[in-house]
Design a protein around this ligand. Structure first.
Ligand code: PXP
Length: 252
């Protein structure tokens, strides 16, 4: 099976909020996250990813509900581990929930969830979501002990945080890739589905082809940025085209 693409459309809501945060429901509010989801799907998105943050800085509750109702591909709901978000996710019932760390100061998610340090609350959250039929992914740094804890806690998937890889330069690129390779192999051996995301773009994508067992990449910023030049359907299509050369099949 070819590498799947989850398109994160949070930045479409970021742009709308830049002008309309204080005018919710305005008939002039644009751009529309729902239209973006439809455009991304037309370009070949295999799933749509949204993150409703505690501070509601981009996606709003109404966006999530509307997208959930209207799209036909799986919805991947990124969420912090809070009672409020667990309640919201249980009402929304996305196909997937990806648990991420969330702090108010960060511009975007800046590191993986520490599932070892937070194993009790992570495990409780996983159980509640799974009981509602939601598959759970844990967004973690590419560290084997975190990966093994994710498996022990019963998550179906992990999303390996590729932010350090994306920010690496020179020789560190290869060492970051090797961390991802080791984490991916450990996760695969433990029975986890392996996804990856954060900071992936049209230029650095090919380095990730050295990482085995990848099922899905979650990509937002680079695709939405390219959409300003070519439109979202085309920017998604171009990313899918590049991803199609990922070596298929198991490799160890
Ligand atoms: N995966 C997770 C868990 C994220 O928090 C983000 C950023 O919202 C992404 C993937 C996508 O990252 P980027 O926007 O850098 O492609």
């Amino acid at each position: 099976m070819s590498l799947l693409l989850g398109v994160n459309i949070d930045h479409v809501a970021t742009l709308r909020q830049a002008r309309y945060a204080l005018l919710p429901g305005s008939p002039n509010a644009e751009p529309s996250p729902l239209e973006a989801a439809h455009d991304a799907i037309l370009g070949g998105a295999d799933s749509i990813t949204i993150h409703v943050r505690g501070d509601r800085r981009h996606m709003q509750d109404a966006d999530a509900r509307e997208i959930r109702r209207e799209i036909q591909v799986p919805l991947n709901f990124e969420m912090g581990i809070t009672e409020e978000m667990i309640g919201f996710a249980l009402g929304l019932r996305p196909e997937f929930a990806c648990l991420v760390p969330e702090t108010r100061e960060e511009v975007t998610t800046e590191g993986g969830l520490d599932v070892i340090g937070k194993r009790r609350e992570t495990g409780d959250c996983i159980r509640q979501l799974q009981a509602a039929g939601i598959k759970v992914s844990l967004f973690i740094d590419p560290e084997v002990d975190q990966v093994l804890m994710a498996a022990e806690l019963g998550a179906e998937m992990i999303e390996l945080h590729t932010g350090c890889f994306a920010n690496a330069e020179g020789e560190s690129v290869e060492s970051e890739i090797q961390r991802l390779v080791a984490a991916s192999k450990a996760g695969h051996a433990a029975g986890l589905q392996i996804n990856a995301g954060h900071g992936i773009n049209y230029g650095n994508l090919f380095h990730l082809f050295a990482v085995p067992h990848l099922t899905e990449l979650n990509i937002g910023h680079s695709i939405v940025s390219r959409a300003m030049k070519v439109g979202l359907t085309e920017s998604v299509r171009q990313m899918k085209q590049l991803m199609a050369t990922y070596p298929a099949g198991p490799c160890d």
